[in-house]
Design a protein around this ligand. Structure first.
Ligand code: PRX
Length: 688
């Protein structure tokens, strides 16, 4: 994060009290009740979590112990001995609680007229059919099923069908390309992959099944591919005995056949989701059935103050953890109505979200700062024409929200009244950890406010230990969680060493983020400290991008760092040392970008590629990224201690190269802005 942005965040002085209207009926109504909850969780955490688990979920068998902790190996097992099923909790029990005909899932396709709605009864029927179908493909408890799917209802149905059987689903974001998909399927050793003929995005088709075919040649674990006919592509190649159309597969299973839920141990894995770690290999985060689902339902209820007649819309793609917890498991476990949208915010016009809020009378909107920033740029004219009066709570996740975006969101979408819950969490934490309560917490724009009850978050400096008292005054450091919580990951799939690495530095869970805590105990997230980049709220690994760049024959060495980006939060900046005979040309740049795009996906394509003679390294040959980060952010004279550099003379040409690249960019940008100005005028005319 740039110094400038950091200063803006920390000097933001304004604060906002929670709204009075609606407070009396809130799940957490007012600061006194919130205080009581914080105290209760502190006094007896096991009691607190046991009460929440009982209130929120249906257990086939109650637990013997709330928490079994092996402090030495950092293994925490929640609700041991208990039995439950996530699909039962998200569907079956609502059939008998008066919600049978309530909308469970409302889907808006990219085309305005494409709307599908599933009541809890309909969801039950479809999930049972797909569970039967997967079972006919010999999927059993513990098997892995990869879901490489667009945002369509079949994705939710497939997740819940896996949960019903006890199979472990692993979703792969449909924006990922070859290498990204392959490593995730291979990492999970998936037996079945469910996909679609194509994803529809901003008017274009992305052929998912065709993308998948060459990948599967290197994935011997995959026995079957199930393909949803979503876009009516006419030339889908189906491999005999391996590939099956979704509609053909489920056709055999009649509508009235139940698929009995597998009785799962609370600590059986519910799903696996890969995130970007510090190596080139994605980290397979594994979540439990009992702890995760309790935490998902618990946080959804309190943070979004979920009421029975609410329409809840989490805009995140289900390929990411936010979509899992707050698009699917949290709301459905509570018997709520969840919205799902296939398209993007600005297509065909930048009013798509607000149109949907009015169309479906959305009450809770949970989105990302990137979305807000990009829609903010388009101006208020796009929001003003819609009735946003049903909105009650606004949410944000994924990146630090700059105060400017916060105020725009608050004013234009929230009518200067609605609470904004800015929630900090991660794939590993399962659900939100630091967040306001909408009707109880005073808000400071840009701050994620305070850790939730039962969440022992702190900031530690190197050398400090979790038992040190860090509660006084303003302080900054590594954001850690000192005590276990039910949503905590169960482990890293097939990689114990990686799991242990989260606990190495401080002896408690280290998030990889930096944070500052102010005098009121409010947390301000400063961004990643490790080698991750957060592009538009998507966490990417620098090592993964570097590995792809280094695989190109033109590249001798590459270092990838984040740079501040006005829209995406962070952009990707790559320093590339080419092999001797390779010219530094636009063609090479394009080829490198295309390779990353093809291998990982468009979201990992570098914003800038700077050619360099050499990279700054220590005497032992380790690249000093800290300096490269600063240069990429435009800081040249405060690069920190340069004595560790083996060859200090390499810095000057790198700085020079950065200046040149920015200058070139500036000229191109000015020319583009002129052109864009003309374009904008004509767009404005069309709007009028
Ligand atoms: O850096 C933090 C940032 O997103 C990272 C987690 O990424 P991922 O596992 O992909 O999960 C994203 C959605 C939960 C964190 O380490 N982050 C998440 N929420 C916030 C945030 N940064 C600032 N403010 C937030 N509210």
């Amino acid at each position: 994060m740039s110094q400038e942005r950091l200063t803006t965040l920390l000097t933001e002085q304004r604060s906002y009290l929670p709204p009075q209207h609606g407070k009396s009926s809130a799940w957490v109504c007012g600061s006194e009740e919130a205080e009581a909850l914080y105290r209760a969780a502190l006094d007896d955490p096991n009691d607190f979590w046991a009460a929440r688990a009982s209130q929120l979920l249906h257990w086939f068998k109650r637990w013997d112990k709330v928490l079994e902790a092996d402090e030495e190996r950092h293994k925490y097992r929640w609700f041991t001995g208990a039995k439950l099923n996530a699909s039962f909790n998200c569907i079956d029990r609502h059939l008998f609680s008066g919600r049978r005909n309530k909308a469970a899932l409302i889907w808006q396709g990219e085309k305005e007229m494409d709307v599908r709605c599933f009541t809890y009864q309909m969801l039950y029927t479809e999930v049972c059919r797909v569970a039967h179908a997967l079972s006919s493909l010999r999927i059993r408890k513990g098997d892995r099923v990869a879901l490489y799917m667009p945002m369509i209802p079949e994705l939710v149905i497939a997740m819940l069908a896996c949960a019903r059987i006890g199979a472990i689903h692993t979703t792969i974001f449909s924006g990922y390309a070859e290498g990204g998909v392959r490593s995730r399927i291979q990492g999970a050793k998936a037996k079945v992959v469910i996909t679609a003929d194509a994803a529809v995005r901003a008017g274009k088709l992305k052929p998912l099944k065709a993308n998948l075919d060459p990948i599967l040649e290197k994935c011997p674990s995959v026995a079957h591919v199930v393909v949803v006919n979503h876009a009516d592509l006419y030339d889908v190649k189906m491999t005999p005995n391996r590939d099956i159309w979704w509609h053909d597969l489920i056709e055999d299973f009649t509508l009235d056949v139940d698929f009995p839920c597998e009785s799962m141990d609370a600590n059986d894995p519910l799903f696996l989701l890969h995130t970007s770690g510090s190596t080139g290999k994605p980290t397979g985060i594994m979540h439990s059935t009992g702890g995760y689902l309790t935490y998902a339902a618990h946080t959804t209820q309190w943070i979004f103050d979920m009421r029975d007649d609410d329409v809840h819309w989490c805009t995140a793609d289900i390929g990411w953890i936010t979509g899992h917890t707050y698009g699917v498991y949290g709301p459905l476990a509570l018997g709520a109505t969840t919205m799902m949208f296939e398209g993007v915010p600005n297509w065909p016009k930048p009013d798509r979200y607000w149109r949907m809020v009015e169309k479906f009378r959305v009450n809770i909107l949970y989105t990302a700062p990137t979305v807000i920033r990009s829609l903010m740029r388009m101006g208020e004219a796009w929001t003003e024409r819609y009735d946003l009066g049903t909105l009650r709570i606004l949410g944000s996740v994924g990146e630090p929200m700059n105060p400017e975006a916060w105020h725009w969101y608050h004013r234009n979408i929230g009518g200067s009244e609605l609470p904004i819950v800015d929630t900090w969490w991660q794939t590993e934490t399962g659900g939100a950890m630091i967040s306001p309560f909408p009707y109880a917490t005073k808000l400071k724009p840009g701050s994620v406010t305070k850790p939730l009850p039962g969440v022992d978050a702190a900031v530690l400096r190197d050398g400090q230990t979790p038992d040190m008292d860090t509660s006084e005054g303003r302080r900054s450091g590594h954001l850690v969680i000192r005590k276990p919580w039910p949503g905590m990951m169960l482990g890293v799939y097939n990689d114990e060493e990686k799991y242990q690495s989260y606990f190495q530095r401080f002896g408690c869970y280290e998030s990889g983020d930096g944070a500052e805590v102010d005098e009121d105990g409010y947390f301000w997230i400063l961004g990643r400290i490790d080698d991750s980049i957060n592009v538009s709220g998507h966490r990417l690994s620098t090592a993964e991008i570097e590995a792809v760049l280094a695989s190109c024959p033109e590249v001798a060495e590459a270092a990838v760092v984040p740079m501040p980006h006005p829209l995406k939060g962070e952009g990707i900046y790559a320093y590339v040392v080419t092999r001797d005979e390779v010219p530094w040309s636009e063609d090479v740049r394009k080829k490198l970008r295309d390779t990353v795009r093809r291998d990982i996906g468009a979201l990992a394509s570098p914003e800038y590629i700077q050619f360099a003679e050499a990279l700054p390294k220590t005497c032992s040959g380790k690249v000093i990224r800290r300096m490269l980060r600063k240069i990429a952010g435009g800081t040249y004279d405060d690069l920190g201690d340069t004595t560790a550099l083996a060859k200090p003379e390499v810095l000057k040409p790198i700085i020079f190269g950065h200046q040149n690249l920015m200058l070139g960019q500036h000229e191109t940008a000015s020319a583009a802005a002129e052109e864009h100005g003309q374009e904008k005028d004509s767009t404005a005319e069309k709007q009028d």
